[in-house]
Design a protein around this ligand. Sequence first.
Ligand SMILES: Cc1cc2nc3c(=O)[nH]c(=O)nc-3n(C[C@H](O)[C@H](O)[C@H](O)COP(=O)(O)OP(=O)(O)OC[C@H]3O[C@@H](n4cnc5c(N)ncnc54)[C@H](O)[C@@H]3O)c2cc1C
Length: 408
Amino acid sequence: MTPTDPLTDVRTPPRRHTVLISGAGIAGPALAFWLNRYGYAVTVVEKARALRSGGYPVDVRGTALEVVRRMGILPRLRDTHVDLRRLTFVDADGGEVASADPHAVAGSVPGRDLEVRRGDLTEALYRAVRDDVEFLFDDSVDTLDQSHHGVDVTFRGGGRRTFDMVFGADGLHSRTRESLFGPEEQFHRYLGYCFAGFTMPNTFGLSHEIMMWNTPGRAAALYAVGDSDEVHAFLNFAHPEPPTSFGAFRQPGAQRDLVAATFADGGWEVPGMLAAMRDADDLFIDVVSQIRMPRWSSGRVALVGDAAYAPSFLTGQGSSLALVGAYMLAASLADRDHAAGFAAYEDSTRAFVTLNQDQIGEGEATLFPTTARGLERRNDMLRRLAGSSTPPATEGRPAHSALTLPVR
Ligand SMILES: Cc1cc2nc3c(=O)[nH]c(=O)nc-3n(C[C@H](O)[C@H](O)[C@H](O)COP(=O)(O)OP(=O)(O)OC[C@H]3O[C@@H](n4cnc5c(N)ncnc54)[C@H](O)[C@@H]3O)c2cc1C
């Protein structure tokens, strides 16, 4: 029943719970959408000046497809589907090893699972919430102070506000996680690789396809999303220890030098890729890692997406876990307080997350073998796959659909 204000005898609506979400990537806007749907007053703070619109293609598969369908953005995403048609592997000298169906390699289902540019996904999510949710760009949380009545937040831009709950959707190197649970290293599971991604001119005539060059421990790939005059270039390399001190590794000069030194004697298109990397203005370099945490919340603050359970791109499930996690977190809070809601979120979602994170083990990345013997085994597997007349899968990997969304 709506309460009555005794002074004016006017019926006042119940106070909406206020929440702050840090990060407008994939998990952040998806969580904002569902919390707004359940009656929360939502603010999203994003450190970038605007929505980060660029980016490599990402997959939306299995249970995550049902999340975007329930959000009403599935048709829009279908229109932006990348429709990759061929995946060609070449050896050290550039000779073809095998040309395979990308769906067979990735374990996805043609005609059902989606592959979209990351920017198209973030844009679709943002459009679905921007009229109902407050977005603060070019700002970020400075301090979080929890008390029994809420979370006092100060912003780098100078603002100060109190929210009922705060959510960290701020990615692999989450600051929310660090301020709540301490240094990243405790939760960081390094998978033995580093990578660099950037765009460069499509002087190769590639269209709707990936070409990948491998030597033991090194891979270079050119990814043509459509008939565009640009390709996504990708350099992945084994590095037994994480480049110590993530801080130093994050310095652009040191990053470029490490990648250039690792690929210095590269063949195929690698020298041209290294030259393009030097000039790229969208270069993104990072470690290939997972985040594994015993708990995803503390008090009135909870984590979602890569911040809580990054699976690494080796699983191809980062975006799907972010979408499903956001849905499950909001659904868990729809009719519970924060303590019960956060417990329900972990109970209902952890097994799905772990199953998907376990799709890859340390140093075992199927597409990126680190030894000559491993590479030969992988190439045999690819040749068998390319020569097989097995019809395309109608079911994806069981892990992708291992959670049934609750109906609300
Ligand atoms: C090279 C590469 C290839 C990938 N390929 C795939 C793939 O094929 N399939 C797939 O599903 N996934 C893939 N992923 C992973 C996928 O992009 C992520 O797992 C997914 O985006 C996770 O979403 P998120 O919202 O949790 O985090 P993010 O997308 O990282 O978003 C975090 C957001 O928080 C913002 N932010 C960070 N810090 C702060 C702060 N302090 N304050 C405010 N805002 C902040 C960031 O600017 C960003 O907008 C790939 C990742 C990489 C790097």
